[in-house]
Design a protein. Structure first.
Length: 183
């Protein structure tokens, strides 16, 4: 697994520490950042939820994001994400929070321009997290939320002021893009 674009392009990332983890593929990361474009990433504060190895947040940093908060509950995965920040020389531009996503939404200070998440496919519903993002004011007006998930899972058209923009499918993976509007 490698960083696919930006200043850290080609740098190796450590693989997941747990056997059933499914990191976001290079193909899907490339596609997500092509859809986002540099204007959404450069200079942004980024929140990477269910960070795993940190590949999405690190990809954003490599492509010019100012800061990335990576949230992961599994302690072994947190160590991998921390190691990947170090391996890509982004330790001074990111922080790993080893906690549940729900707790992070109440403790971290938003808003973020870009929220990236690729939760485990076995998670029964991502709706509470998206509703929590809206209620906590974690996404700035005009900010984007990207949700990776299985094609078998359907998401809502809106979560408060976070409204669906587009869907991209890549095999069994889907990336849904949402935009936060004014209240």
């Amino acid at each position: 697994m490698r960083v696919v674009g930006g200043i850290a392009k080609g740098r190796r990332l450590k693989p997941p520490a747990i056997p059933d983890a499914r990191p976001t593929s290079e193909l899907v990361r490339t596609a997500i950042f092509n859809v986002l474009g540099p204007e959404m990433v450069e200079g942004a504060r980024v929140l990477d939820l269910f960070a795993g190895t940190g590949s999405l947040g690190i990809e954003a940093l490599s492509r010019g994001a100012q800061w990335a908060d990576l949230v992961e509950q599994n302690h072994r995965q947190c160590a991998v994400a921390q190691g990947n920040l170090e391996a890509t020389s982004f330790l001074d531009q990111g922080q790993v929070y080893c906690m549940a996503v729900e707790r992070a939404l109440s403790e971290l200070k938003g808003p973020y321009r870009l929220v990236l998440m690729d939760p485990p496919y076995k998670l029964s519903s991502i709706d509470p997290v998206l509703q929590g993002l809206d209620k906590a004011g974690m996404v700035e007006d005009g900010g984007i939320v990207v949700v990776g998930h299985s094609k078998r899972q359907e998401l809502q058209a809106a979560y408060g002021r976070i409204v669906h923009l587009k869907t991209r499918r890549y095999g069994d993976s889907v990336a849904d893009f949402y935009k936060a509007g004014p209240v």
